[in-house]
Design a protein around this ligand. Structure first.
Ligand code: ZN
Length: 84
């Protein structure tokens, strides 16, 4: 199962989502995106930690419409509160 995190999930008003097979790959893509689209040359450690904790397994397509499903979601408690 792929790992995925969306900019929106770390409090950025942006529809970008990074996905990869590993957390490392997702973080890598986030770093590139932050640099290219948000003009951040480096991700500050506190944001990196936030991103890391927001990374979750990609769920079925259905969840895209309503954030997270209640079944099988691995949402970190410190992340933004998901709602439909
Ligand atoms: Zn973004």
């Amino acid at each position: 199962m792929s790992k995925v995190v969306k900019c929106r999930e770390v409090g950025v008003d942006c529809d970008f989502e990074a996905r990869g097979e590993t957390e490392q790959e997702v973080l890598q893509k986030c770093a590139e995106h932050a640099k290219n689209d948000h003009g951040m040359n480096e991700i500050p450690p506190e944001l990196a930690a936030k991103v890391k904790s927001a990374i979750h397994d990609e769920l079925r397509r259905l969840e895209d419409a309503c954030g997270f499903a209640d079944i099988g979601a691995t949402v970190n408690a410190t992340g933004p509160t998901p709602h439909c």
